[in-house]
Design a protein around this ligand. Structure first.
Ligand code: NAG
Ligand code: NAG
Length: 278
């Protein structure tokens, strides 16, 4: 009798803290219904060390949150940054999945315009102004905030387009503020073979099949390099998608909407597998 009560208690405790490694009952797997495509963001912005951080917190009472306690998501945006509602909504979706989520403003209040083809916007100059020596320290500041102010012990970085490169960089101890636990990159841009080869943690990729930046040749090269790294990796290719599909799609296009949701769930499952303590 006593033993069975004790083991039930242990099972319950185990369910609450054991994370999501094969324990789908304890982890409460999210599904596509938690992805917000439209609507109002629910998080808030704070300024820390001159960097704006969008913070979106999970519901403490939700078993999903309890299963993922201590783990956090540092969301690395595309060039449209915090000005793009879809980025905040996607961060909110990670929070609904149970992850405390922080999105740093990587562009000091001046992201790229929603349409980068507008006259006067110089993409080359913009990218030159946001090279790793500028961007890595911003991400390091956000990570430090997560660790010291929000008590996160393990950080996973999902990155999109521009941010995808930094999801890789953040997995290298050689990067300032690096050595995050887990990375996920959707349609990364400007990513180098050296950066892929330097990862020291599990990394997953969501790739579009119609992407001029992360195209078939770039994917093949990435896979070649990943074969040589010691960490687990996963590369998913989504049909009927274009660069940016992880963040913004034509919601009237059922295949694009499906792919965006699947790429989000790919990230959540990847973090559940490798980020949440076993
Ligand atoms: C865009 O910026 C690059 C790099 O700063 C510069 O070389 C180029 O002349 C600029 N182009 C225009 C049209 O201003
Ligand atoms: C972080 O931990 C400290 C010390 O246990 C605690 O006082 C503080 O309230 C925690 N902060 C958050 C945001 O949980």
């Amino acid at each position: 009798m006593r033993t069975s009560v004790l083991s039930s208690a242990l099972l319950l405790a185990g369910g609450a803290v054991a994370g999501c490694n094969g324990k789908s009952d304890a982890c409460v797997n999210p599904d596509a219904s938690i992805v917000a495509h439209t609507g109002e963001p629910v998080g808030e912005e704070v300024v820390h060390n001159d960097i704006t951080l969008y913070i979106t917190k999970p519901d403490e009472a939700d078993p999903r949150t309890q299963a993922r306690a201590g783990s956090a998501v540092l969301f690395l945006t595309d060039v449209f940054g915090l000005a793009l509602t879809e980025n905040k909504l996607l961060a909110d979706s990670f929070a609904r999945a149970g992850y405390l989520t922080v999105v740093p403003d990587l562009f000091n209040g001046e992201p790229a315009p929603g349409d980068i083809n507008v006259p006067g916007f110089n993409t080359t100059a913009f990218l030159e102004a946001h090279e790793p020596p500028v961007t890595d320290p911003i991400i390091a500041t956000a990570a430090a905030y997560l660790r010291t102010e929000l008590n996160a012990t393990r950080i996973g970085a999902p990155g999109y387009c521009f941010g995808g490169r930094y999801a890789f960089r953040a997995l290298s101890a050689g990067t300032e503020g690096g050595a995050f636990a887990v990375g996920f990159a959707a349609h990364p841009s400007l990513l180098t073979a050296e950066e892929i080869g330097a990862v020291e943690g599990p990394v997953a990729v969501a790739a579009a099949d119609q992407d001029q930046l992360f195209n078939a040749a770039a994917r093949a090269e990435a896979e070649e390099v990943l074969l040589g790294v010691a960490s687990p990796y996963q590369v998913n290719l989504y049909a009927g998608t274009q660069h940016g599909f992880g963040v913004r799609v034509d919601l009237e296009d059922a295949q694009q909407k499906y792919a965006k949701e699947e790429a989000f769930l790919q990230a959540v499952k990847w973090f559940d597998r490798f980020l949440v303590a076993a």
